[in-house]
Design a protein. Sequence first.
Length: 469
Amino acid sequence: MKKLLFAAAAALAITSCTSDLSDLNVNGKAPESVPSGALFANAVMGYYDFDAVQNVNLNNLRLWSQHWTQTTYVDESNFQLNERDVNGNTFVRMYVTVIRDCEEARTAVMNGPESAAKKAASVAAIEVMEVMAYQYLVDLFGDVPYSEALSETNVPKYDAGSAVYADLLARLDAARGDLSGSNTFGSSDIIYGGDAAAWKKAANSLMLRMAVRMIGYDAAAAKSWGEKAIAGGVFMSSADDMRLYYSSAPPHTHPMWETLVQSGRTDYVASATLGDVLNGLADPRRAGFFKNLGGSDSVTGAPHGYQVNYYDYSQPGSALEDPTWSHAAISYVEVEFLMAHAAVAGWSGAGDAATHYEAGVRASIEEWGGSSADADAYMMHPLVAFSSTTAAIQIGVQKWIAMYSNAFEAYAAVRMYDLPMQTAALAGTVTPTRYSYPLDEYSLNTTNVQAAAAKYGGDDTFAKVFWDM
């Protein structure tokens, strides 16, 4: 069911005029306070718009995961961060928009008139979004401001990524206990429409993601958290997806429509890194992922990071040009690959690895317009058919492919499964393993960012975040 985005955006509390002379000192045209639902919706939109988009100034993870490459201006395909302040804009979006609005929404909820149970369910949904934003930062940068991030100091210390993860998991665990019934947001909950039970599945699925991430760092803790998530109930079908549906007209169109259609630009084509893999597997998703295909639906991918002619290569597919296209921050498809990894690791409740792996592949094919017969044929390919001896690389490759519309997760798969990437033309390197810290941090929070950078070889983008073993 598509969400009515404007309902949340329009929610503002306007003070009314009275005869009290003190009102002469009040700006009657300004909102006295912003409702919790509007703040929460803004936080959610801030996260989703950022996570969903390919924009050289904001999010270039489609280029870092080597699904796409640029045509003319190729700096970002060669992993440039500082020139357009991509790393700084990531800090701003997550801290200033998502996390700050979550915190303000939390305060507004607690000051509201609703029942204690509804308040608890609302705060728990806020916790899920805030945890997701912090996880995004840790996964890209490593150590980040956390314990002092919301304090009065202008120079917050950087906390170890592993310590942040540990606290985030504990917060998710606590939040799950309050996710029942409905929250106070109603239509301003633009993901689940106030359904706290749906948010509980999302919390468990996020917990499972984080547990699988850290399996190489601390197998015992990962197992404990992962089993707790599975027992609590993760996504069981695509109907559970943590998915936002966009509108047909601005300002709430899908961000990729803005990038590919509204802009009128021809900046992106298929990277040969992905194209060659898809062609080698005769992947039935090729016609969904890309247009301007060759014979037998082959993808014509460009060498990564080179200047190329847009019309000589396969281009992002028509689905991405739909302003109403949706975006899932966490999906059933992703969860099936997480469950496959958990099963390989022997976690209780994870079930059979091959069954989850195949379910993830099949659901992804269907998501991109493929048929059951397409999936049947694909699963018989010798490089696709599940084998316990090659399970890790198969799960990694198929997750990387399936996360075509969630580049944050595709980039995580590149690092977690050590997937081979092309050497980019100008950079002369494969994809880096982390973001460097924003330049503004070096100007405004010098001592703390330098201390954090020292743990990563002087802010080396090829140093690794804690779980990337």
